[in-house]
Ligand binder design. Structure first.
Ligand code: PA5
Length: 436
């Protein structure tokens, strides 16, 4: 179980405050699990974790094995909830430089359709030159502009390279089972498809094919990931403050009520950066509405201590931190001695990098708490595929409960449409003409 430590929030939150939250958290948790709250037609993610692989998971693994055998590169097209989860998972487990040294048998994985940058597109085209590649198109609605543009281009590249029939074997569509342009295209073109269930919203979809296919192509154990999430479903169901989900959601809401409107989620692992991005979307889109919401920001320590550190330590006191810790890896690096000691580092001779990292963590924690920033710590333990599944479920459940405490619908994102409407008007998309 992930351990949530709230001993560094007591300056801003009192025990009576916390105990007074018990009923609110209980109600929010019940609203979520009983399906009686706003957006209750999007609760399918609660029951996605399974103990035994489903037929869909078996098909995902078979597709992944085929992609691994036949491709140097696998391109995953998608944006938002159709992109962040798989990228977060792969970078957390294999590091931000996971593509180095990979090729056929264990393909490189790149992401496309998550923006409109020509530079990014040109770079991808150069990367694909002379390479065998396959693509997954991920879009629940099947109509999102950024992935649709990337799909059109990559599909044509595949067809030019392998012919229409050859390309078909290298295109996988992950979308709604019945609706949308992507479903229609996939049916018409004969592409293999996987389903995003209608009752699972984009940012809660990482445990569907959206996350599982790219993770399996990356060589991760999707059965273990699901088993971890399945266990999480059981262990985070406790209805008391013994449940870390309760502690986390109660404390972040209490801090928000004390004027801490920004939550900074940090880790000392560079591979966690995209996980922070996934979390940012999950909480940002779920909570930021009706003029409410904790603004989610993510940071990488110690790197960002040399950029955001000053602001955290002495800027406006409107933030709280959630520090995520993992058990150190088995393989150690020990700092060597140097007979000249010109850099003055010999006092660390014989110490492991983990030891230095731990002191940096403890020093940062103490400094920020002294500076008036409440800190929640999360000890995740050993980083395994199962733990990854647990972590995804933990945050999704926390998000649903927290949003109901805040009294907003966790499963819609009406605000996202505004930029799209303006963009479509400017682009002259039929149906979006400016009214005069
Ligand atoms: O959480 C969400 O629902 C969104 O972030 C979507 O995932 C994102 O807008 C992409 O949508 P789609 O999968 O329909 O292309």
């Amino acid at each position: 179980m992930i351990k949530v430590d709230i001993s560094n929030v007591w300056g801003d939150v009192s025990l009576p405050d916390l105990l007074a939250m018990e009923k609110e958290v209980f109600n929010a948790h019940m609203t979520l699990t009983e399906g009686t709250g706003a957006g209750n037609d999007f609760l399918g993610w609660l029951n996605l974790p399974v103990a035994e692989p489903t037929d869909e998971m078996i098909r995902i693994q078979a597709a992944a094995d085929r992609i691994r055998e036949t491709s140097d590169v696998f391109v995953v097209i998608g944006i938002g909830g159709s992109y962040l989860g798989p990228r977060a998972a792969i970078e957390l487990m294999q590091g931000p430089n996971h593509n180095i040294g990979k090729g056929k048998g264990n393909p490189q994985i790149y992401f496309a359709g998550n923006g409109l940058s020509t530079r990014h597109w040109n770079e991808l085209c150069r990367l694909l030159e002379g390479k065998d590649f396959s693509i997954a198109i991920i879009s629940k609605s099947g109509t999102t502009t950024e992935p649709a543009i990337a799909t059109r281009a990559l599909r044509w590249m595949l067809e030019r390279k392998y012919g229409t029939d050859g390309a078909k074997k290298r295109i996988y569509a992950i979308t709604d089972p019945c609706k949308g342009a992507l479903r229609q295209m996939a049916t018409e073109e004969g592409w293999e498809t996987f389903v995003i269930p209608p009752n699972v919203g984009g940012r809660y979809s990482v445990l569907t094919a959206v996350g599982l296919l790219p993770m399996a192509v990356a060589g991760m154990d999707i059965k273990a990931i699901m088993a971890g999430a399945y266990e999480a479903k059981e262990i985070y169901n406790i209805r008391s403050f013994e449940n870390p989900v309760w502690l986390y959601t109660a404390v972040r809401n209490l801090l928000y009520r004390r004027g801490k409107a920004i939550e900074l989620l940090e880790s000392f692992e560079p591979g966690f950066k995209m996980m922070g991005g996934w979390w940012q979307q999950l909480f940002g889109e779920s909570e930021g509405k009706d003029g409410k919401g904790i603004f989610p920001v993510t940071a990488e320590f110690t790197a960002d201590l040399h950029s955001l550190g000053q602001m955290i330590q002495q800027g406006e006191r409107n933030i709280f931190e959630t520090m995520v810790r993992f058990a150190p890896p088995a393989e150690k690096y020990t700092i060597a001695g140097d007979y000249k000691d010109l850099d003055g580092l010999n006092y660390l001779e014989g110490k492991t990098l983990d030891y230095v990292d731990e002191q940096a963590y403890l020093g940062t924690l103490a400094a920020h708490v002294d500076g008036g920033v409440p800190v929640i710590t999360m000890d995740v333990g050993e980083l395994t595929d199962a733990k990854l599944g647990e972590l995804f479920y933990f945050f999704e459940l926390s998000c649903g409960v927290s949003a109901y405490i805040l009294d907003v619908n966790p499963f819609n994102q009406p605000g996202v449409e505004f930029y799209k409407r303006n963009m479509f008007q400017l682009l002259g998309k039929p149906g979006y003409e400016k009214k005069v």
